[in-house]
Design a protein around this ligand. Structure first.
Ligand code: 4AD
Ligand code: MG
Length: 457
């Protein structure tokens, strides 16, 4: 179907006074005595294109009016009366698909909660048009950042036999249904597709490290899966995970890279999505654009975990979870540090080793690891990051401590045997940074089809 994108017609003056063909869906319609107006959207732009129907030409405009109707319109692009915006004086209109009167997205703004029950339709609203444009631009900017800086994009496996985070949140993958035929777990897995226990990857890091030992700088960008039972505003069972891994980099180096990348991708969205960002600023978070401009222009804070604990203990706030050195930081703690104390993104560094994963480099104090989380106001953790333990003996000891079987991590241990180097990496949750950039507060609203505990469609 030959037609022109509405985005091009709205932004390129060369179309004015020419004949154009547009295809799209009716988003608003208004009928008056001599003319009828339609606002059409084809998804290429947040702004709609106004179609003017002269009733002398169109005796019956009623088939074109219902919201959601899909149309093909041929007409002349002209400069309109309002704000000089381009509009189209229609010559021919063809209905491509009628839209029933029970279409749930009628004129008035619906709540996000209402729309969550109809993921297949909510994408047609302005809100989701803006969210998904920003998601797309953000993703492209992530690739751009790493490609510009000589990283190799690698695709790590989704089916895996090792639980990277060791948190027991791996979805099982099996081809054997429910059965009482096996005496024990070992027999059952031996009979299964891979001949051993397998699952969906929670992180591509371990395989990413093997690639970094060859290509120096790599990144992965794909889905990770976590059978996390917590029903929160920021956890989903399937999320998109950006994981760079960098050889010859220690903790301060990877912190610098993470900060530089976050600023680069936020700036890309501010530059390339002005309409969408103005929309979020107006409807989701007043001052959002100014805040993000500030983030791009200033340094992130760095706070040692031990100092963060002191700040929390001194805080004039009653937390639900008690604070003691050694505790994992809860969302309420993370938000207090980033929102009340730092008022900007903050790296919390050097966590107690007992609460972190086995692969993190142990600090000389014997108690902490060279790890950092990046916390941002409003969301909390968006990045989990660390220098990796490059020393074979220390790594084996940590694995034993955490009850991991060396058998399952032979490749990983080999990396420490054959030319081991200091190296570091991080994981950025795409949906988490998207929430931060758009001001959208529920992670279910930044994915097409969110999967959460008890909910899939
Ligand atoms: O902090 P995490 O668990 O770190 C890792 O997986 C490391 N292996 C990363 C690495 O060093 N290569 O997860 C990293 C990030 C989190 O900070 C968060 O943004 C996101 O992944 N994330 C989730 N996002 C949505 N829903 C969930 N259930 C998430 N779990 C983690
Ligand atoms: Mg984490």
């Amino acid at each position: 179907m030959k037609h022109t994108d509405i985005k091009d017609i709205l932004t390129d003056a060369a179309f004015i006074d020419t004949q154009v063909t547009v295809c799209g869906w009716v988003r608003t319609s208004r009928d008056s005595k001599n003319v009828a107006f339609l606002e059409m959207n084809d998804g290429t732009s947040l702004k709609h294109l106004q179609i003017v129907l002269d009733k002398e030409k169109f005796a019956d405009v009623s088939p074109f009016m219902p919201l959601g109707t899909s149309l093909k319109v041929v007409g002349t692009a002209v400069k309109g009366m309002v704000n000089n915006a381009v509009e189209v004086n229609a010559q021919e209109v063809e209905v491509l698909g009628v839209c029933g009167g029970d279409y749930p997205l009628q004129k008035k703004r619906q709540t996000l909660e209402y729309m969550r029950a109809m993921p297949h339709l909510r994408v047609r609203t302005n809100t989701f048009n803006a969210i998904f444009r920003v998601r797309s631009v953000l993703s492209a900017a992530i690739h751009e950042y790493f490609q510009q800086n000589h990283y190799v994009y690698v695709h790590t496996p989704i089916l895996t036999a090792s639980d990277c985070e060791g948190a027991g949140e791996m979805f099982k993958v099996t081809t054997i249904g429910y059965s009482n035929d096996y005496e024990n777990e070992a027999d059952y897995y031996a009979d299964d597709f891979f001949g051993k226990k397998a699952g969906l990857s929670v992180s591509g890091q371990l395989e990413g490290e093997t690639a970094a030992m060859a290509f120096g700088k790599i990144y992965t960008f794909g889905p990770s899966f976590r059978a996390e039972k917590s029903n929160t505003l920021r956890h989903v069972a399937e999320f998109w995970h950006v994981e760079p891994e960098v050889a010859f980099a220690e903790l301060p180096d990877i912190i610098e890279i993470a900060e530089d990348m976050i600023k680069f991708i936020i700036k890309a969205v501010l530059d390339r999505c002005p309409d969408e960002m103005a929309f979020f600023d107006k409807f989701f978070e007043n001052g959002l654009v100014e805040k993000l401009n500030g983030v791009v222009a200033s340094d992130f804070a760095v706070v040692d975990y031990t100092d963060a604990i002191e700040m929390l203990k001194k805080a004039d706030v009653k937390f639900n979870y008690p604070v003691e050195w050694g505790c994992d930081l809860q969302t309420e703690h993370e938000r207090y540090i980033s929102e009340e104390v730092c008022k900007r993104p903050v790296f919390i560094t050097n966590y107690p080793k007992a609460i972190k994963s086995f692969y993190m480099k142990q600090n000389p104090d014997g108690k902490t690891v060279a790890a950092t989380d990046l916390l941002v106001p409003g969301v909390g953790e968006i990045i989990g990051c660390s220098e990796r333990e490059a020393d074979l003996a220390k790594l084996r000891a940590a694995m034993e401590d955490k009850g991991l079987s060396e058998q399952d991590y032979q490749d990983y241990l080999d990396l420490r045997r054959f030319g081991s180097v200091p190296h570091s990496g991080f994981g950025l949750g795409l949906e988490r940074i998207l929430m931060y950039v758009t001001g959208v507060q529920n992670i279910r609203d930044v994915q097409l089809y969110p999967r959460t505990v008890g909910s899939i469609r």
